[in-house]
Design a protein around this ligand. Structure first.
Ligand SMILES: C[S@@+](CC[C@H](N)C(=O)[O-])C[C@H]1O[C@@H](n2cnc3c(N)ncnc32)[C@H](O)[C@@H]1O
Length: 263
């Protein structure tokens, strides 16, 4: 664990890794997004048609493009310049997505209440200040706006987690260790910087930022996906991802404390 590493170093690594990362993405994202995340994200977001949507940490932009195809007006932000460049290269001119370079921890480029919906797919474990990012996303949503976010499941993906195997390489069980050690650590594969925090920290930070929690999903592969990718059967043994549906307080609940008392 290294508590001195921050977002700047994490982004430097994302920038250097952007081309390799993007090479694993098709129009439906990478295999994990196809198998686990896309269907859950769209179910939780509901109909995006006609909505002003913020894709917070858009990466190479596949999710922005899927949402734009469904009629959303998409603004997509990423802090890694090369990632954003690839996202723009991959987006046809006629697809009107507003790509912006920015840090989710300080979204000064947007006024309050600009978006009906925000989505952040596998980003918040990659930045140092989750409290500031959640507050910023809350600020730029309209009252009553919805925020759907996926992250690596913090109870199972920890600084020292991984398969315990026997001598023949069979997977015996998934080890979890150092759960309560919050802070930056280096991913074994890819050398990206991840910021581990407990589930309690995530949920309490969401609540502290003003959000109410509407739903949680721990995605598993569908039968259809299992037919296509049978090796994902092992993902019924523990969860890799968790997805949250959050809601910003609406106009009514924001002002409810001074509502007149009706006799
Ligand atoms: C795992 S990738 C996910 C990308 C995309 N959401 C997707 O699903 O393909 C994480 C992305 O978050 C971006 N990111 C990390 N920290 C960020 C920050 N503080 N502000 C904006 N983007 C950030 C990285 O540059 C990277 O593109």
């Amino acid at each position: 664990m290294n508590t001195a590493i921050g977002t700047k170093e994490a982004i430097k690594r994302w920038d250097g890794f952007a081309d390799t990362y993007a090479s694993h993405h098709t129009e439906n994202g990478d295999i994990h997004k196809e198998v686990f995340l896309n269907s859950v994200l769209f179910e939780l977001m509901g109909d995006v048609k006609g909505k002003r949507v913020l894709d917070a940490g858009c990466g190479e932009g596949y999710l922005s493009r899927l949402m734009a195809k469904q009629g959303a007006t998409v603004t997509a932000v990423d802090f890694a310049p090369r990632m954003l460049e690839i996202a723009m290269e991959r987006t046809p001119d006629q697809m009107d997505i507003d790509f912006r370079h920015g840090n989710l921890e300080h979204l000064d480029l947007f006024n309050d209440g600009l978006f009906d919906l925000a989505v952040s797919n596998m980003v918040l474990q990659d930045l140092a200040n989750v409290e500031s990012a959640l507050k910023e996303i809350y600020r730029v949503l309209v009252p009553g706006g919805c925020f759907v976010m996926s992250i690596l499941h913090p109870c199972f993906i920890t600084p020292e987690s991984g398969w315990e195997k026997n001598d023949s390489g069979d997977k015996l069980h998934w080890n979890v260790d150092q759960y309560f050690y919050e802070g930056a650590y280096e991913q074994k594969l890819g050398k990206m910087v991840l910021f581990h925090r407990t589930l309690t920290t995530y949920i309490n930070t969401m609540i502290k930022s003003g959000f109410s929690l509407e739903r949680i999903v721990e995605p598993t592969p569908s039968q259809e996906m299992l037919k296509k990718h049978p090796t994902f059967e092992e993902d019924f043994r523990c969860a890799d991802f968790i997805v949250f549906k959050l809601r910003k307080a609406g106009v009514e609940s924001q002002s409810s404390w001074f509502s007149p008392i009706v006799p």
